[in-house]
Design a protein around this ligand. Structure first.
Ligand SMILES: [Zn+2]
Length: 85
């Protein structure tokens, strides 16, 4: 059985491709059951409304039990997050 502590261990096979620091596996979670969506460019209210109305490209997963999320790794040094689409 995987515990929460085990899930937070460093991914020994991965290092940050930007700074070479250690990374941890994790997920970014959405606040509702709709899929997370990608729209290119700078953030805007109009794009946020479009995403909420079903626009943009669906990324990540939205299974019923765990809700909207996207898996990735986060660098402990530079704090960047690399997502797995
Ligand atoms: Zn880094």
């Amino acid at each position: 059985m995987v515990t929460e502590i085990d899930e937070e261990k460093n991914d020994v096979n991965s290092i940050c491709p930007i700074c070479g620091g250690p990374v941890k596996r994790g997920c970014i979670y959405g606040s509702d059951r709709n899929a997370l969506r990608w729209l290119a460019g700078e953030p805007s209210l109009l794009k946020n409304i479009r995403a909420g109305a079903g626009g943009g490209e669906i990324i990540g997963e939205s299974p019923l039990l765990s809700g909207s999320h996207i898996k990735g790794i986060r660098c402990e040094t530079c704090k960047r997050i690399i997502i797995e689409t």
